[in-house]
Design a binder for this molecule. Structure first.
Ligand code: HEC
Length: 124
């Protein structure tokens, strides 16, 4: 096999692997941020994961918890996504006596799940 040919075969293999990985994690949205928004929404609404709905209403969803504030306009409330991430990771920094669990600090959710929540909430 000529070198040029080998490089081409190798690239094709990498590309098809990448496409498969994308399809597995983001159905219908390979490689687009939309995938993390959809996944974040699922995490927020799943009682076994974020269970955010136990305490929060979330704009544009059926979530109607009322222990905490309605989650809407997050991109206006927080200066950037990192600040929103920090709030979900450990809300006790801003409000030491809050009843909201420190999802990151107590490892209830991992960083990737919290990042997806942030991507979703940023659209609310
Ligand atoms: C046990 C109830 C409870 C749960 C579960 C909960 N929260 Fe909260 N959350 C609160 C309360 C109460 C506040 C208000 C902060 C305080 O206590 O002063 C809050 C505040 C927030 C804020 C700041 C919003 C604002 O308007 O200041 C965000 C963002 C947030 N929560 C996101 C989440 C997300 C995302 C989840 C799920 C992963 C979640 N919360 C789960 C009770 C909860």
């Amino acid at each position: 096999m000529k070198l040029k040919h080998r490089v081409a075969v190798c690239c094709w293999a990498l590309l098809s692997l990448a496409a498969k990985a994308g399809a597995a994690t983001m159905p219908g949205h390979p490689g687009l941020a939309g995938g993390t928004v959809i996944e974040g929404r699922a995490i927020a609404l799943d009682p076994r994961l974020g269970n955010c709905t136990a305490c929060h209403a979330i704009a544009g969803t059926s979530a109607d918890g009322n222990l905490g504030p309605t989650l809407r306009g997050m991109h206006r409330l927080f200066p950037n996504k990192a600040a929103l991430f920090a709030e979900i990771y450990d809300p006790t920094i801003a409000a030491p006596r809050t009843v909201m669990p420190p999802f990151g600090k107590y490892r209830i959710l991992n960083r990737s799940q919290i990042q997806k929540l942030v991507d979703f909430l940023w659209t609310r």
